[in-house]
Write a protein that binds this ligand. Sequence first.
Ligand code: AMP
Length: 190
Amino acid sequence: MNIVIFGPPGAGKGTQSKFIVNKFNLYQLSTGDLLRNEIKNKTPLGSKISSTINSGELVSDKIVNDLIEKIISNDNYKNKIIFDGYPRSLIQAKNLDDLLIKYKQKIDIVLKLSVSLETIKKRILERQTKENRADDSEEIAIKRFKTYQKSSEPVLDYYKQSNLLKVVNGEAEISKINSEISVLIEAIKG
Ligand code: AMP
């Protein structure tokens, strides 16, 4: 089973992905983590993308598409992926479909975590003290939310059309969200 977890920055995608990974034995593909690793390891790609990430904008589709193909093409992860933070634009959503066809897989469910801008700001500022992410200031959090509205929200309609979309209240307590997600995944597992 392949899952897409979708939602604005600070919605809890990473937290919920980790829970799903453990419970259903999947692999978490977080494009944000992959990109931050490039920066941490001071690779040529890392130096190319750091200013984009720190300004709250999206890295080019080509860069992330290449990163995810490396994972999708790996047999160890076949039908075991949770896409966390990808796709974030219509081009990426279409590319993901093409790649999944190429490697004979599909998306089984898209989970959208809904949260208000107020909650996002609060969570991102809390996370800043814990994780020290360069893009977690209030100003950049708002910018990332705007980027989400402009580039990523159109992806929701795309998944609505294919009947894959399930919306989960991301404002609830973490354990409650965990159980709601479990029920949805169990239902498609059959
Ligand atoms: P995240 O950890 O998912 O919040 O991602 C942090 C930052 O990495 C984003 O604000 C973007 O700059 C970049 N990023 C992560 N995933 C993508 C993606 N799918 N497409 C473009 N940029 C991305």
